[in-house]
Design a protein around this ligand. Structure first.
Ligand code: FES
Length: 71
């Protein structure tokens, strides 16, 4: 079994590659959007998505800036 991979995008979302289960604070499963053309989903980290916790691309039209680099 391969490890789940999470990529911190430059000035954008968290891209998740691999199988996962996402739950809300009450433990209920949050179904990700169906995207048969993609093998990843994005979680919003800018706070502006209208479809939280998923990224809807709104970060591109905001001044959200965050670049994370491994040390
Ligand atoms: S990171 Fe994309 S809308 Fe927030």
């Amino acid at each position: 079994m391969s490890k789940l991979e999470i990529v911190v995008g430059k000035n954008g979302s968290l891209k998740i590659f691999g199988e996962f289960i996402l739950k809300d604070a009450d433990g209920k499963i949050v179904e990700p959007p169906i995207r048969p053309d993609k093998n990843w989903i994005s979680l919003c980290r800018c706070g502006h998505s209208k479809n939280k916790p998923f990224c809807d691309g709104t970060h591109k039209s905001t001044a959200f800036e965050s670049e994370v680099t491994a040390k």
